[in-house]
Design a protein around this ligand. Structure first.
Ligand code: URA
Length: 248
């Protein structure tokens, strides 16, 4: 049974599932990204655009479309690892013609979306999946998923700087949780360090390095939550192995 909501959108009266959860089940986006798509007016339910977050839908009854295409919950979940090159943005719905990680996985039939994000100028390990629940859990700060980076930074930090990094750094309006930093090599004007963090705030590694006076020259993510990039060539992707699926 359908009713018109206050915006004139026909929606189901029976208890359905929230539209953002439905979108995640369909592999359109994580729940949080789904909310952004809804607010941004990109989702239609039964041909009417929905921009409020409370709408519920019933699978098999309500027709949900994203940019004009109907989406339905997917059965088979897939998980892939991409070695993202610098210069690509991490977005599933690029609208301005910029290079996007989605351009690198065009050969995958299922609709997948990035698990978390990497800055445009960061390279390395990026997971993509159509499993919205996995994305929600894996990226939730409370799970403290470990992320490991190799960074080239300006200059060579002394041990007191490295310790500041380990204790937690005040950045803007927050203090980072303890992170690990290990000096791997020193060059004339820069150093190579391995950095491990357990949270994932916007440009966090870059901000942490700048805060101790050693800005990042380049940054590559090499591991996430027990998954390692290893020798996957830049710009290439692969499915996670069975053993890797057990880890996640
Ligand atoms: N920290 C950053 O500064 N950038 C990234 O892309 C990831 C972590």
């Amino acid at each position: 049974m359908l009713r018109n909501d206050e915006y004139g959108v026909q929606i189901s009266m029976e208890s359905g599932i929230r539209l953002q959860k439905y979108l995640a089940d369909c592999g359109v986006a994580s729940r949080r990204k789904g909310e952004e798509l809804i607010i941004g007016g990109q989702i239609q339910v039964n041909k009417k655009t929905v921009t409020e977050l409370g709408v519920k839908v019933i699978q098999g009854k309500d027709v949900v479309t994203v940019q004009g295409k109907e989406v339905k919950p997917q059965e088979k979940k897939i998980y892939i690892m991409l070695n993202k090159p610098e210069g690509y943005i991490t977005t599933a719905h690029e609208q301005f013609g910029r290079l996007s990680v989605m351009d690198l996985i065009e050969d995958i039939e299922q609709r997948v979306f990035p698990v978390g994000r990497l800055d445009k100028d960061t390279s390395g390990l990026l997971l993509l999946t159509n499993d919205g629940e996995f994305t929600y859990t894996f990226t939730h700060p409370k799970h403290h998923v470990r992320k490991k980076y190799i960074a080239e930074i300006k200059g060579t930090p002394d041990s007191s700087k490295l310790n500041r990094f380990k204790k937690g750094l005040k950045i803007e309006d927050y203090t980072t949780s303890p992170a690990n930093i290990r000096l791997l090599a020193s060059k004339k004007k820069s150093s190579i360090v391995e950095i491990t963090i357990y949270e994932g705030r916007n440009r966090q590694v870059r901000k942490m390095c700048s805060t101790i006076g050693h800005p990042v020259v380049n940054l590559k993510r090499i591991a996430v939550g027990g998954l390692e990039l290893r020798d996957l060539p830049e710009g290439k992707w692969r499915y996670l192995s069975k053993d890797e699926l057990k880890i996640i």
